[in-house]
Each structure stands twice: as structure tokens, then as C-alpha cells.
Write a protein that binds this ligand. Structure first.
Ligand code: GLY
Length: 381
């Protein structure tokens, strides 16, 4: 597919996204949605203010605002950002996913409006993430409680907040922590064939791998598709941000992202371009995770940005193939109902009500993928 053909597709889809999100914004405002049930989102803030997905609705709103400059998106997104102050103040419930929570709220706000309060919030969140770095083990620890040696592939996405903080302040500490974590993740979470472990349990006092539990995948050694997508996208983000400061590390992150991408593209082709929950789980009962597809598609577009013209088309075509398959088979475009992308799944061993559902991040990355094609110069990560 030629680039202009991809943009034409994105323009057509964006028109549908605008109708849908405009109606959702009128209904939802600054509430914080997660899973839509029967076409209706609930506000999850009272139930779990620290939940890792609590920034994605604001991320959607900022992308719509960037494109349209319609004030109602800014107002609703800023309302979400204000509400998350409770978590910055509370602190103890925070975790490795502060990147997801404040990149799509405060960083995007600051990028688009230069509001000073957003800069403070984003630097506060980056400092919390940096504080989770374990210098003995050389990784950013996942979750809380007794999981002192745990690192996860998902966290590659949160590194974007650290790169942003170094670029913003000129202080290399944040970037150095991100590089050290990425190096450990490359060593212990990315396998030779391009598939990834979800979790690596390390000795917390030294960078030594002890075990690789199944986590959200089917089993140890299997291939949780959303984790593959986080790895593909996360290493591309690290490649982009280290290009100027550390070209050698950047090249190795780019190779890792490509390796994961090639594995993902080859695997997803045998599922009609909509990922299952785990590429190495049982085929029956068939359970998709459309969110793994939307994340991978936007990650492939990030990767396409980093390679030369002779390779770019390959990654763009793969991204488009996934986004189109999701549009054709998984999307609900009725503006009266909340959520676009259906058929998400939280994890392989989750409750049945957490499968075959629309997830806010499935929508976020679908919209981000279309936005990337329309506004290639605007950076979220
Ligand atoms: N924590 C990120 C995920 O569940 O994919």
C-alpha cells in the first residue's frame, strides 16, 4: 500500500472516529472509562484510582483535540488530569505504569498547551518512575509488594516518560535509567526468535535471571500477544529516543523491535490479522485480543518511521493490514454506544467476563494508529 493510500484510509476512519468520540465525550466528559459493558462505560476512578489504564481516555481526547482544536476535548482531558492528582498525592498505590497514566494526560497537555502545572505533574511522575529503578538488578521493578525482582515487557512503554524527562530538563539521569532497563529487558525478556517473555524474575541484588513465569500469557515460554506488542513498540520507542545520544544502543533496540515485529507479523497472519491472546496458547476456544493488534499496529508505524524508504512500506503495510482487519471485524461504530474496538481480552487466565470485551486501550491505540498516519510529525511517545 502506498503512503497516500494509507492516509486516505486513515482520513475515512478518522471521520468515523470523530463522530463516535464526539458523542462519547458529551456523555463521559472527565469520567475515567475502562471496559464498556453493553455499550456503556462506567467511571472507574472511585473503584481504582491507580489503575494503569486511567490515562488512556485523556489520550484519546488529546489526539482529537490536536486534530480539531475543539475546546470540549481539552476540557474533558484536563478534567481527567486533575482527577489523577489524587494518585500523585497518595503515592503508595503507584507502580511502573505511571508512564501510561501521565504521558497521555500531563505530557500531552504540556506538549499541546504549555500549561505549567502539567509540566510539574509529568516531571513528578517521571521522578517516581526513576525511583523504581533497582541499581543492583539494573531494571525498573514491576508492581508492588513482595515482587522485588520482577520486571515485565510492558514497562518498555513507560520508558517514554523517562526519555521525555531527560529531553525536557537536559538531565541525563532519566535517559540513563531507561537505557539500563532496556538493556536488561533485551537480555532477559526478548528471545532469539523474536518472541518475548512477559515477566522476568531477577535476583534483586544483581542482574541475574531466576525464572520467567507465564504472567498474562498461557504458560512460561508461551507468547502473550499483548506482551509481544509492548515489546515491539517499546523497543522502537527506545531506538527513537537514543538515536542522538547513544547510536550504538539505538541500533540494538531497533534490531530488537524489528525481530519482535517479524515474529508478530508472521504469527498474526495465520489468525486473519487479529491476534489471539497468546500465539502459543491452545487454538480452541478461539479468544482474540484485538488490543494486542492495535498496539502492534501503532508500534509498526513507529518502526516504519525509523527505517529507510526501502523498508518503510513493509511495516506500514503490516500495520494497515491489522488496523483494517480490526475495522472490518471488531469495530462498533454506533455513536450511541461507548467503545469502538470489541474483542479484547485482559489476560489468558482471566475471568470469562474479562474476555470478548472492549478495552479502553484497544480504542486508544486504534485511534493513535490512525492519528499517526494523518499527523506523522506529532509525537505521543
Ligand atoms: N499492564 C499492561 C497490560 O496488561 O497489558
Amino acid at each position: 500500500m502506498q503512503d497516500n493510500e494509507a492516509r486516505q484510509w486513515a482520513r475515512k476512519i478518522w471521520n468515523k472516529i470523530e463522530v463516535k468520540i464526539s458523542a462519547e465525550c458529551d456523555r463521559i466528559g472527565s469520567k475515567i472509562p475502562y471496559i464498556a459493558r453493553n455499550g456503556k462505560y462506567e467511571d472507574v476512578m472511585a473503584k481504582d484510582p491507580y489503575w494503569w489504564t486511567n490515562g488512556f481516555w485523556a489520550g484519546i481526547l488529546w489526539l482529537l483535540y490536536q486534530d480539531s482544536k475543539e475546546e470540549k476535548y481539552l476540557t474533558a482531558a484536563r478534567g481527567v488530569e486533575d482527577r489523577l492528582d489524587e494518585c500523585l498525592a497518595g503515592f503508595t498505590g503507584l507502580h511502573h505504569d505511571v508512564g501510561f497514566m501521565w504521558l497521555h494526560t500531563a505530557v500531552l497537555d504540556y506538549r499541546l498547551t504549555k500549561q505549567e502545572r502539567s509540566l510539574e505533574r509529568a516531571l513528578h511522575a517521571a521522578t517516581i518512575l526513576a525511583g523504581r529503578f533497582n541499581p543492583g538488578g539494573q531494571f525498573i521493578r514491576a508492581w508492588n509488594g513482595d515482587k522485588t525482582g520482577w520486571m515485565i515487557i510492558d514497562c518498555m512503554m513507560n520508558l517514554a516518560l523517562l526519555y521525555w524527562a531527560s529531553e525536557q530538563t537536559g538531565d541525563p539521569r532519566f535517559c540513563r535509567i531507561a537505557i539500563n532497563h532496556a538493556d536488561t529487558a533485551l537480555k532477559y525478556l526478548v528471545r532469539d526468535d523474536g518472541s518475548c517473555n512477559h515477566i522476568g524474575v531477577l535476583d534483586p541484588d544483581q542482574p541475574e535471571l531466576l525464572e520467567t513465569p507465564a504472567g498474562q500469557g498461557y504458560a512460561s515460554g508461551s507468547s502473550w500477544t499483548r506482551g509481544q506488542a509492548w515489546g515491539l513498540y517499546g523497543f522502537a520507542i527506545s531506538a527513537a529516543h537514543t538515536k542522538a545520544v547513544n547510536p550504538e544502543r539505538s541500533d540494538s533496540y531497533l534490531s530488537a523491535s524489528k525481530r519482535i515485529a517479524h515474529y508478530f507479523i508472521a504469527s498474526v497472519a495465520s489468525y486473519g490479522f487479529i491476534p489471539p491472546i497468546d500465539f502459543r496458547g491452545p487454538r480452541e476456544p478461539e479468544t482474540k485480543d484485538s488490543s494486542a493488534g492495535t498496539i502492534a499496529a501503532s508500534g509498526l508505524l513507529q518502526l516504519a518511521d525509523l527505517v529507510d524508504a526501502s523498508e518503510r512500506q513493509f511495516y506500514t503495510d503490516a500495520a494497515l493490514g491489522i488496523l483494517k482487519a480490526i475495522d472490518e471485524t471488531c469495530c462498533d461504530w454506533d455513536p450511541a454506544r461507548d467503545s469502538i474496538v470489541q474483542e479484547g481480552s485482559c489476560a489468558y487466565h482471566c475471568k470469562s467476563e474479562e474476555r470478548h470485551i472492549p478495552l479502553i486501550y484497544g480504542d486508544y491505540f486504534f485511534i493513535e494508529g490512525a492519528h499517526r498516519l494523518l499527523h506523522p510529525d506529532f509525537k505521543v511517545w
